[in-house]
Design a protein around this ligand. Structure first.
Ligand code: ATP
Ligand code: MG
Length: 212
C-alpha cells in the first residue's frame, strides 16, 4: 500500500523569497529544508529538469557544498511542493543572494556587503568547482547564487537554482570537453558580461574573470 504523505501547510509567515517561477517557503517542521511551489506553470519543464539533475548528481556522488539537495515532492495546501536544502548561515539566518550583497545594493536588503575583490574570488572559486566536478548549470545568474557563511569569516557561493543541462543535445553530460565548454559559455553569459558585475570587476582591477 502506498503511504500517503501528510499535507504541509504553508503561509506567508514562512515565505523566504519569490522568483519568476517559484515561491519559496521555510519547511514548517524542518529548519534545514525549504519548499518551492511553482507559480508559473509554463516553466514545469525546467523545474523538472533541475530536480532530475540534482538527483543524478547525488547518485553520482558529486559534492553538494555548492548546490542544494533535492529531497522529492510533497503535497502542500498551495499545490505540489519541491523539497530542497535551505541554505543557512552559521547564525541561523537564511543566506542572502549575491545580487543583494553587491556594493551599492540597498542597505536593508542585505546583512553584509562584499568588497569587489572578495566577490571576484568567490566567483572564481565557484567557477573552478563547477569545472572540476563537471556540474552543468543552465542560468548561474546573480540572483541564483547565495552567499553562504558557514563561519563568520568564511564565505562561499551556493547555487540555489538552475542546475542542469538545458541544451537540446546533451553532449556535456558525457564528455569532459563539452562539459567545460558549456560551463564556460554559461559563465560568460551570466557572469563575465553581466552589467551588474562590470563595476565590481573594474574595482577589483580585472577586465574580466580569469578563465579556468
Ligand atoms: N535553498 C535556498 N536557500 C536559501 N534561499 C533560497 C533557496 N532557494 C531559494 N531561495 C531564495 O528564494 C529566491 C527565489 O528562489 P528560486 O531562485 O529557487 O526561484 P525561481 O522562481 O526558480 O527563480 P528564477 O526567477 O531565477 O527562475 C532566491 O533568490 C533566494 O533568495
Ligand atoms: Mg531563481
Amino acid at each position: 500500500m502506498v503511504k500517503r504523505q501528510p499535507i504541509l501547510h504553508l503561509d506567508s509567515s514562512l515565505r523566504i523569497g519569490r522568483g519568476g517561477v517559484r515561491e519559496v517557503f521555510q519547511h514548517p517542521e524542518d529548519p534545514g529544508r525549504c519548499v518551492k511551489i511553482v507559480h508559473d506553470p509554463r516553466r514545469w519543464r525546467s523545474v523538472n529538469r533541475e530536480c532530475r539533475y540534482l538527483r543524478r548528481y547525488h547518485r553520482q556522488g558529486k559534492p553538494f557544498t555548492r548546490m542544494t539537495r533535492f529531497f522529492g515532492w510533497c503535497p502542500t495546501n498551495l499545490g505540489p511542493g519541491a523539497l530542497f536544502t535551505l541554505v543557512r548561515d552559521h547564525d541561523g539566518h537564511c543566506s542572502r543572494s549575491l545580487a543583494s550583497s553587491l556594493p551599492g545594493a540597498p542597505a536593508d536588503s542585505c546583512r553584509r556587503q562584499l568588497q569587489p575583490l572578495a566577490i571576484v574570488e568567490l566567483l572564481s572559486e565557484l567557477h573552478q568547482h563547477l569545472l572540476r566536478h563537471r556540474i552543468i548549470v543552465s542560468d548561474p545568474a546573480l540572483h541564483n547564487l547565495v552567499v553562504h557563511y558557514p563561519e563568520p569569516a568564511k564565505a562561499r557561493l551556493v547555487i540555489i537554482d538552475g542546475i542542469g543541462n538545458s541544451s537540446f543535445i546533451k553532449m556535456a553530460d558525457w564528455f569532459g570537453y563539452w562539459a567545460r565548454r558549456d560551463i564556460n559559455r554559461k559563465w560568460r553569459r551570466y557572469i563575465e558580461v553581466s552589467p551588474l558585475l562590470q563595476g565590481v570587476f573594474a574595482a577589483a582591477g580585472r577586465t574580466t574573470m580569469n578563465r579556468g
